[in-house]
Write a protein that binds this ligand. Structure first.
Ligand SMILES: Nc1ncnc2c1ncn2[C@@H]1O[C@H](COP(=O)(O)OP(=O)(O)OP(=O)(O)O)[C@@H](O)[C@H]1O
Length: 485
């Protein structure tokens, strides 16, 4: 039952069933609900009454509930808006945040959480009074074009919401997730969509820099600071001034560099190696790691105080196997990208898509992308079917982690474990075993030579053209190792 002077809520939702459930839950909490189905009805309701909170769907019968919010915000700036949407893309999350929505709930949502959010919003609106909330949004355009992250799974919804929340501030973000889950892409999205987009985005792979060079890489050095410092050099912090510094593989950072990084984060100032002067820098930090930092802290390998500095806003990316519903849309996305990159146009048959959905994807989205590119490059006809996948990509290439009793150590033991975990199609065992071994070997050589293929070929003792060919066939990404060093 509604209390006297109970806050009234305007609910704009064209799905009658959802509206009924929400109304019932909110009425139970003592709110008065006015329900309307369309933007036109909403505008009429707003013209004749005032509401503590508006809860609105996005896709309505007469238009886009978000696109038409500007006029509402201009007319009733103090009324918090809660957005519900079945359009679960990063675009919707960002547009909701652009429109200063109080909260954004991707459908399906938790009813209790919605009720709580309405309660909070009603409290906030009562506290702010009628003139509050007039601050103009400065976040970028809302056309959704070119938004980089693909996938609408439930698991990605939390990620989109977190991204949307950090666009209007400079809070430090720590992105965690297995290798290839899209951590760098998230960092780029935050940069591009946030208020620092006109500044530089500088990425540093802290694991790929030799430990004796990392400080000079990050903070720069003065001429003569150490042997080989023949001229002054500007570090990544200064390069990123006014923009975003993406610190990748932060869990592998040497401890000396951790201490200096912490100091820089605390003071907002850096000092070049060998330099006396402190230089103020304005840099948003986004760090990423595929390692669990908590055990590293316990082992003394990662500074706890640095962890707390970095982990202000944690964003955890789910492995691809935990969001299999995104595999088809990602596969289609990469097929289209492959065409843009000059590869032939291909389609995946329904069976082929099902086969891709069933794989383990230990290398996550990166592995899926590589597989699609290899299929686009090497498939015979326009349609890729399961036979083409088996032939071109084979079974999983990474060894399963399940230990085998009495396993031999070293390479032979690893081969035993791999063989025990694989069930390869007839006639492909040799090719698959070689691929499983060769890919990490080539990646290791590229890592050691910082992506220099000529030197990697020398290290491996193979011809440079052979290395190039194998890089394409195995789906190795040499640029991963070259970047930012
Ligand atoms: N949601 C996504 N939509 C589209 N492409 C994606 C998505 N996630 C990842 N990718 C693509 O997958 C590849 C790997 O992504 P990224 O480099 O961001 O992963 P990562 O987690 O930073 O990996 P690592 O830990 O190995 O550095 C890139 O080509 C990226 O564009």
């Amino acid at each position: 039952m509604a209390r006297q002077n109970a806050p009234s809520i305007l609910l704009v939702e064209d799905d009658r069933a959802i509206a009924t459930v929400i109304s019932a839950a909110l009425e139970d909490e003592g709110f008065v609900i006015r329900h309307c189905f369309s933007i036109a009805e909403r505008d009429a309701a707003l013209a004749e009454a005032s509401f503590a909170v508006m809860v609105t769907d996005v896709l309505l019968e007469d238009g886009d509930g978000l696109a038409s919010l500007d006029a509402v915000r201009a007319a009733v700036p103090a009324m918090p808006v809660i957005v519900l949407s079945a359009q679960n893309t990063l675009d919707t999350a960002v547009r909701a945040s652009d429109s200063e929505a109080f909260e954004y709930f991707p459908k399906p949502f938790d009813l209790d959480q919605l009720v709580q959010a309405v309660g909070k919003a009603a409290g906030a609106s009562a506290r702010r009074g009628p003139d509050a909330g007039t601050q103009e949004s400065e976040t970028p355009g809302s056309d959704g074009e070119g938004l980089p992250l693909v996938g609408r799974s439930q698991a990605m919804q939390g990620v989109y919401r977190m991204i949307a929340r950090v666009l209007r501030n400079d809070l430090t973000v720590l992105v965690t997730g297995e290798s290839g889950t899209g951590k760098e892409l998230v960092a780029e999205a935050i940069h591009q969509l946030g208020s620092r987009s006109t500044g530089p985005f500088v990425a540093v792979n802290t694991a790929a820099i030799p430990s004796d060079l990392i400080e000079s890489e990050l903070f720069g050095h003065e001429k003569g600071a150490f042997t080989g410092a023949i001229a002054q050099a500007i570090g990544k912090f200064e390069q990123a001034n006014g923009g975003t510094l993406f610190l990748d593989e932060i869990g592998d950072m040497p401890s000396e560099a951790q201490t200096r990084l912490l100091r820089a984060l605390q003071s907002g100032r850096i000092r070049r190696v060998g330099g006396r002067q402190e230089i103020a820098v304005s840099v948003r930090i986004i760090a990423a790691t595929n390692r669990d930092l908590v055990p590293l802290i316990e082992q003394g390998a990662f500074r706890e105080d640095l962890y707390y500095r970095l982990n202000v806003v944690p964003i955890q990316l789910p492995p691809l196997r935990d969001r299999r519903e995104d595999i088809v849309v990602l596969a289609q996305h990469f097929l289209a990208q492959a065409v843009e990159d000059g590869l032939p146009r291909r389609r995946l048959s329904a069976d082929a898509l099902a086969m891709l959905e069933a794989r383990q994807w230990r290398g996550n989205v990166r592995e899926l992308r590589n597989v699609i590119y290899r299929l686009a490059l090497m498939a015979q006809g326009e349609v890729i079917d399961p036979a083409a996948i088996s032939e071109i990509v084979g079974a999983e290439t990474a060894p399963a982690s399940a230990p085998v009793a009495n396993a031999e150590p070293g390479l032979a033991g690893a081969l035993d474990r791999w063989l025990a975990s694989e069930d390869p199609p007839e006639g492909l065992l040799h090719a698959q075993a070689i691929a499983a071994f060769e890919k990490p070997l080539i990646e290791h050589a590229l890592k050691r030579t910082r992506g220099n293929q000529l030197r990697a070929a020398k290290l491996l003792g193979i011809n440079r053209n052979t290395l190039r060919k194998r890089i394409v066939e195995l789906g190795v990404e040499p640029e991963r190792f070259a970047r930012s060093v």
